[in-house]
Design a protein around this ligand. Structure first.
Ligand SMILES: [Zn+2]
Ligand SMILES: [Zn+2]
Length: 387
């Protein structure tokens, strides 16, 4: 028996397109969360929690108090990217669009709510979490830290991300590290400005800035003996002084993204980067201030849950792709995998799909019912397993 009626599928696709047309940036998902809350109310959850970690919404379905609680998470924020697509459901919010498919992820979760209404489970509790602020790495941590999250306390958690470059609806799996840890490093450098005619009277950070850019990017290779797996430093922003031809600059700012497959390597890479920058500052008699932002832990997938998803996908006749290398991008679902047995899996959005965050990307609706099925049957298995 089909999990969704054709009328329900139509409603879901309309919901997905509405979300696409009305994208909201991380932390500003007011309309999005209200729309999703309204939609899931029709599935009569046992409880709906709103305002979770900002604009998060969780719907709780209780089948049997004794069984385990399984959380399914979808993200819902859009990106500060101007959409170039011209289709009818194109973004109506200038400079903002759903270029990561979080509109699709939320619609899938809404579809799962409908499937659970059509065919209720027999055991456990299910929490459907619409999570805000994924793109900035804030949402998952905020939701988990929220006082109301205590009412949810999952035993296990699952989530998916659509993946351009893989055939449509293929289920992409890997146990262990699945997506990289990443952290933003901000280095403010303070020297002393002077007239451009007398640079010797000031202390410009230009040399240190140039050195730091080179040495930071070379750090993973130079220190490779101490790292267990893949490490990468990417310079993402640098600024020296102001555009003033009469002035020898007295300050600079440098930003880099640090990336590793393992959390322990991230700890080491951060320390090494800090030592490197501090040493350069001392050598150049400059003051520095280091801060960290957008910290994503690595997403580490649980073995048993991966096995369940693999079996379920096989039974459903879905194509399964087992990847060998983790993805280099990060997901804030890493906050869940570091606290609960959890799995993030991928679902192919088509080999020809534009990449995530590309200005012409759009979520492929055909994969939506496949994702609902995989989630539903995974829940069915996980809720009947022991805690
Ligand atoms: Zn994204
Ligand atoms: Zn995303």
């Amino acid at each position: 028996m089909e999990l969704l009626t054709s009328q329900q599928l139509k409603e879901l696709l309309a919901l997905r397109k509405w979300l696409h047309q009305n994208p909201e940036l991380s932390g500003n998902e007011q309309q999005t969360s209200r729309k999703l809350e309204d939609f899931i109310q029709q599935t009569q959850p046992h409880k709906v929690i709103t305002g979770l970690g900002g604009h998060g919404v969780a719907a709780v379905y209780v089948y049997d108090e004794q069984g385990p609680t399984i959380l399914v998470r979808a993200d819902m924020d859009a990106l500060p990217i101007e959409e170039v697509n011209t289709f009818a459901h194109k973004s109506e919010n200038d400079g903002v669009s759903h270029k990561c498919g979080h509109d699709g992820h939320s619609a899938i979760l809404a579809g799962l709510a409908l499937a659970l209404k059509n065919k209720p489970l027999s055991a456990g509790r299910v929490v459907l979490l619409f999570q805000p602020e994924e793109e900035t790495g804030q949402g998952a941590a905020k939701v988990i830290a929220d006082e109301a999250f205590k009412m949810i306390q999952p035993d296990k958690a699952i989530a998916l991300h659509n993946l351009p470059g893989f055939s449509k609806a293929a289920i992409v799996l890997k146990e262990g590290p699945f997506a990289a840890a990443s952290t933003g490093m901000i280095v403010e450098i303070k020297g002393a400005s002077s007239h451009a005619a007398n640079p010797e009277q000031g202390n410009s950070p230009y040399k240190m800035l140039a050195e730091a850019m080179l040495q930071l990017t070379e750090l993973p290779e130079k220190k490779k003996d101490i790292f267990k797996d893949f490490c990468l430093v990417t310079i993402i922003h640098a600024k020296l002084g102001e555009v003033a031809f009469g002035t020898n600059p007295g300050k600079a700012i440098l930003m880099a993204t640090l990336r590793t497959f393992l959390n322990e390597d991230m700890d080491k890479l951060k320390k090494k980067a800090e030592i490197l920058v501090k040493t350069l500052a001392e050598e150049n008699k400059l003051k520095i201030d280091i801060s960290w932002t957008e910290e994503f832990p690595a997403t580490i997938n649980d073995k048993e849950i991966t096995e369940v998803i693999r079996n379920v996908s096989e039974d459903l006749g879905e194509e399964i792709i087992e990847i060998e290398e983790p993805f280099r991008w990060s997901e804030d679902f890493g906050h869940f995998t570091s606290r609960f047995p959890a799995v993030l899996f991928g679902i192919g959005s088509g080999k020809d799909s534009p990449g995530l965050h590309n200005h012409d990307y759009d979520f492929p609706d055909e994969i939506l019912p496949h994702a609902v099925q995989v989630f539903y049957h995974t829940l069915k298995k996980l809720t009947t397993n022991k805690k």
